[in-house]
Design a protein around this ligand. Structure first.
Ligand code: VG1
Ligand code: CO
Length: 587
């Protein structure tokens, strides 16, 4: 267990983005690249007052290329830095929500975990020529807050050496079990437990939902579903829940075997990348119906991303936008036992670019609503706050983002499987209460929701792999023009306010600036521009468009939004800066 100190020098560009550090595998494999970052993280964890020799450290990932090597390096560096207990997901696999659940749970033989390293670049492609990533989660299972990621970054710019136990044996992570490694003189020991990847998370989900009601729905002869894990980490979780527990056959599962390159695919659950599922559900990449030649179409379709925290929900030839999905789940939260038994939902939060559909529900049902910057790390403080809710010990919370992320306070990450089970609960409930024998569908539920609340037409355009200098120049120009743009009339819209979104955390007062250029129109429509903080290389420009219609709910989204999209492209001079107006992905 004797640590060696290896001298090193700072490596540029190790600033964690929206969700951890993501770079090409080749970059991560460069000498000291991973080691520097991990040492910087351990130093920041210790500086935050955590005694890492006391609790346990969880390590797992989405199974992408370079995961196994990275896990051994993390163990060797963890031991050298004083960690004495580890929990490692079997085969190195742990979904992001599962990690959060494990940290929160603690183990019977183990002291509670103080944190976790998650080895994932989430929805970014994997494989030798693609992306790798790493992020740190803290003691409540939440992603490291900005003050910590800032400190990690600062440490990477001054690092001189890192600690590693080079002689520490390679740990076999292929089988569940316990290993104890003693120091030569017998004075110290390290305990490593390789754990079943699904157990803690699935146990938690079982305590949240009414599984027998869901099974009642799944067993209906007129109901069928497909869950596409896109060869990410979610496959084993899908099999466990739907086949082992809910008794469905394997036809429910699609691409449920994890692969280190996601089988060459892009494990991002949207209409463009979840091609196979989208076709099975009778849609094209624009969300339009395709001719299925009479072939049967499942009633329900779902997809997950590489690390299992995202979800896409589809009905038969029907796409549910993530912002609408959030609003529908919030509106029906009392169908989920977890909320019903805790005295009902109280808090709702969405990221700024997410549509205001959920705001209408929160207002109607008297839930507190919060608007945060993009990224799940801003939700944790709200969920854990007692002050915001008159000292209440516990506040049931639902959060969501337009980027196919939904979840609740059962953990501190978004949770793809949770969202799917939430939808199935809503469907089960609607069908149990229905007077007719005909199946109440996903489409029925969403349309009834629009009829009640109106519809927030919404679209996000992504321009991937853009020139970073030009993308920044475009943002700077809009930033410089906020005053000039405020009050201006553009097409049939009037800009009530243009600004760069600033968030002041209502709990600790911390301020997050430069979170997105906004054009807020007098009729409530919005245009937003942001640069992605998860791109492994180059720049990704995101353009978000939203327009509310109280009664006209049957338009095609692209047509309803056409005028506003034109205005957005002109206001930003997108073509002038980026040389194109053709997005890579529309969601
Ligand atoms: C994107 C999404 C954001 C999400 C983040 C992490 O960030 O827009 O909503 O929280 O990815 O998701 P950005 O900065 O690229 O827009 V995951 O599933 O990739 O960890
Ligand atoms: Co993800």
């Amino acid at each position: 267990l004797k640590p060696t100190s290896v001298s090193t020098a700072p490596i540029a560009g190790q600033k964690p983005g929206t969700s951890g550090l993501r770079k090409k595998v080749a970059e991560f494999k460069k000498e000291n690249y991973l080691n520097n970052f991990v040492q910087a993280a351990f130093d920041a964890i210790k500086a935050s007052g955590t005694d890492i020799s006391k609790g346990s450290l969880v390590i797992g990932g989405d199974g992408r290329y370079f995961n196994p090597e990275a896990i051994q390096i993390l163990i060797q560096m963890g031991v050298a830095n004083g960690v004495r207990r580890f929990w490692i997901g079997q085969d190195g696999l742990l979904s992001t929500p599962a990690v959060s659940a494990i940290i929160r749970e603690g183990g019977p033989r183990w002291q509670k975990a103080f944190g976790a390293f998650i080895l994932t670049a989430s929805h970014n492609p994997g494989g030798p020529t693609e992306d790798f990533g790493i992020k740190y989660n803290c003691e409540h299972g939440e992603p490291a807050p900005e003050r910590m990621t800032d400190e990690i970054y600062a440490n990477t710019t001054t690092i001189k050496s890192y600690k590693i136990c080079k002689e520490f044996p390679n740990i076999d992570i292929g089988a569940a079990g316990h290993s104890k490694i003693m120091s030569d003189d017998g004075s110290a020991e390290v305990n490593i437990e390789v754990i079943d990847s699904t157990e803690a998370h699935v146990k938690l989900l079982k305590s949240i939902f009414d599984f027998s009601a869901i099974r009642g729905l799944l067993d209906r002869p007129d109901f069928s579903m497909v869950y596409d894990a896109m060869h990410g980490v979610n496959g084993p979780y899908v099999k466990k829940v739907f086949c082992d527990i809910l008794g469905q056959d394997l036809s429910v599962t699609l691409n449920c075997v994890p692969k280190d390159d996601f089988n060459g695919g892009h494990a991002d659950p949207n209409l463009t990348y979840a091609k196979e599922l989208v076709a099975v559900m009778g849609l094209n990449r624009k969300g339009e119906k395709i001719d299925m030649g009479g072939r049967p179409i499942p009633s329900f379709g779902a997809a997950a991303d590489g690390d299992g925290d995202r979800n896409m929900i589809l009905g038969t030839q029907f796409f549910v936008s993530p912002s609408d999905s959030l609003a529908v789940i919030v509106a029906n939260a009392d169908t989920i036992p977890f909320f019903r038994t805790q005295g009902g939902l109280k808090g709702v939060a969405r990221s700024m670019p997410t549509s205001g559909a959920v705001d209408l529900v929160a207002k109607d049902l008297n839930y507190s609503l919060f608007e945060t910057p993009t990224g799940w790390k801003y939700f944790g403080n709200l969920m854990d706050s007692k002050e915001l809710f008159d000292g209440a010990e516990y506040t049931p919370f639902i959060c969501g983002e337009e980027s196919f992320g939904t979840g609740s306070d059962h953990i501190r990450e978004k949770d793809g499987l949770w969202a799917v089970l939430a939808w199935l609960s809503i469907l089960a409930h609607a069908n149990t209460n229905s007077l007719s024998d005909t199946l109440v569908t996903v489409e029925d539920i969403v349309k009834a929701h629009w009829a009640k609340y109106g519809r927030n037409y919404y679209s996000r355009w992504d321009f991937e792999n853009m020139n970073a200098t030009k993308a920044n120049a475009m943002m700077d120009k809009m930033r410089a023009e906020t005053d000039a743009n405020t009050g201006k009339t553009v097409g049939k819209y009037s800009i009530e306010k243009s600004d760069d979104f600033v968030y002041v955390d209502p709990v600790d007062g911390s301020v997050a600036k430069k979170q997105g250029m906004r054009f807020l129109m007098t009729d409530g429509s919005r245009i937003i521009f942001r640069l992605s903080g998860t791109a492994g290389s180059g720049a990704t420009v995101r353009m978000y468009i939203e327009q509310y219609e109280p009664t006209k709910i049957d338009m095609v989204a692209s047509e309803a939004l056409a005028d506003l999209i034109r205005v957005a492209l002109d206001l930003s001079d997108l073509k002038g800066f980026l040389g194109t107006e053709e997005p890579t992905v529309i969601t």
